[in-house]
Design a protein around this ligand. Structure first.
Ligand SMILES: [Zn+2]
Length: 119
């Protein structure tokens, strides 16, 4: 499993600059290791929607220390391809989740009293 630093070094090979220029983006993709210590952590951000989410967080582009401008999407695509070999959609991950009864359970909603609404 590639460390975010090694993904950053790979970005440097592709587009120049320093590992630090890319580090925060690669760190973000792998932060889900804090939740799940094995490779299943990738289900959270390693897919097409995750790459677009990175754009909303880091912007459409970053400016490297060299002044070169690189699309954040390219960096996300590089990260996910290096880890998985392709870019899955989130639907690909969902297909691998075994449904459990609690996932589809619905409970009756509590009705609000006028006092609660006013508070
Ligand atoms: Zn990763």
């Amino acid at each position: 499993m590639a460390h975010p630093y090694h993904h950053a070094l790979s970005s440097v090979k592709k587009w120049g600059g320093t590992a630090q220029d890319y580090q925060r983006i690669h760190d973000w993709f792998d932060e889900s290791k804090q939740i799940t210590a094995d490779f299943r952590h990738r289900a959270l951000r390693h897919h097409a929607e995750g790459i677009f989410m990175a754009e909303t967080i880091f912007g459409k582009t970053i400016t490297l220390s060299t002044g070169r401008i690189i699309p954040v999407r390219w960096i996300g695509e590089q990260h996910v391809r290096e880890d998985l070999g392709f870019i899955p959609s989130f639907a690909d991950w969902v297909k691998a989740i075994r449904p459990e009864p609690w996932m589809g359970r619905a409970h009756k909603l509590e009705t609000e009293t006028p006092q609660e609404v006013a508070a």
